[in-house]
Design a protein around this ligand. Structure first.
Ligand code: SF4
Ligand code: SF4
Length: 57
């Protein structure tokens, strides 16, 4: 399981700047999380202004 960024993402970059394992990168139209590296800390969800990262289960 890992967090996944939904289409609500406005590409502000806050999640990528705060992810402790640097597994978030800019993708096509939104940021994307590497599910292999995500440790489910929830930081991306906490800092996101539009609540785009969701637990993908
Ligand atoms: Fe990074 Fe934590 Fe978000 Fe996973 S849950 S992408 S480790 S900030
Ligand atoms: Fe997208 Fe939220 Fe990350 Fe900003 S913090 S890039 S809106 S997922």
């Amino acid at each position: 399981m890992a967090y996944k960024i939904t289409d609500k993402c406005i590409s502000c970059g806050a999640c990528a700047a705060n992810c402790p394992v640097s597994c978030i990168s800019q993708g096509d139209g939104k940021y994307v999380i590497d599910p292999e590296a995500c440790i489910e800390c929830g930081t991306c969800s906490a800092v996101c202004p539009v609540d785009a990262p969701k637990l993908d289960n």
